[in-house]
Ligand binder design. Sequence first.
Ligand SMILES: [Zn+2]
Ligand SMILES: [Zn+2]
Length: 280
Amino acid sequence: MSAVIQDRIGLEGALISLPPQIETDQLEDAVVLAPLGSARLPPGYSGITEHTTPAHAFLEHATSILFPVLFVPNVYFSFDRLYELELLWLTGLAIPLALVLADFIGGLVHWGADTYFSEDTPVVGPALIKPFRQHHIFPRDICTHTLVSIVGNVCILAVPVLALCLYLLWVSPHGLIAFAVLCTTLMAAATVATNVFHKWAHQEKPSPGVRWLQRMRLVLEPGHHHVHHTAPFKMHYCITNGWLNPLLNKIGFFRRLESTLHSLGIKPTNTKKTCDSVRM
Ligand SMILES: [Zn+2]
Ligand SMILES: [Zn+2]
């Protein structure tokens, strides 16, 4: 999800009457008092534009450039090492494993952001919790966000990991290290791409290529993701490709995790019903 949202703008020349400095409670009230369907704004959009601090914007842009710079040598050298050791067949395992791991990690972070902490929590509040929670109120805002704003936060976390991977490839000739680096690098790429896939799932008219990827279930399929935006809003947290959602639903993974944390004294902080009745 993208970073801090503060100001409002007109979308296609239309404005919804929201107060200038909007808190989540007020946003929810605004949705209730002035349903978007009756406003002059397309359903699912807030008309709010996002801004972040200059330091955060610099980090987002710098790491968005650094990510491919580190991704390419990590893939090349880990591939090369596996080829030298006649272990190239492991790449056939690395790709699906990386996609499943990315789906799981993205789902875990998404569930955590939807369930725990608050928008006022230092660091993660404005950077992670607030965008996720506002997404439930205005699901289609993500379609108006720039590429850097939706991948930047993940790149900030992924770049140090890829730098460490490159270092490990440099110091160790072991095949297992090369395999682990390849898995981690591909997983990092899928995690960075997760919000792009999420954005595609909310687009009204995705391109034919994107529709094909969605139909093949290689990326998040809109109908599948719609379940997350439907009451009781407690399912389908995985948003890379959603492969793990059926399994996690079946075993009640997130409810069990919540029960375990509850028994340790950690209670959910977000018990509100979201306003996803606006169109996704
Ligand atoms: Zn959510
Ligand atoms: Zn969504």
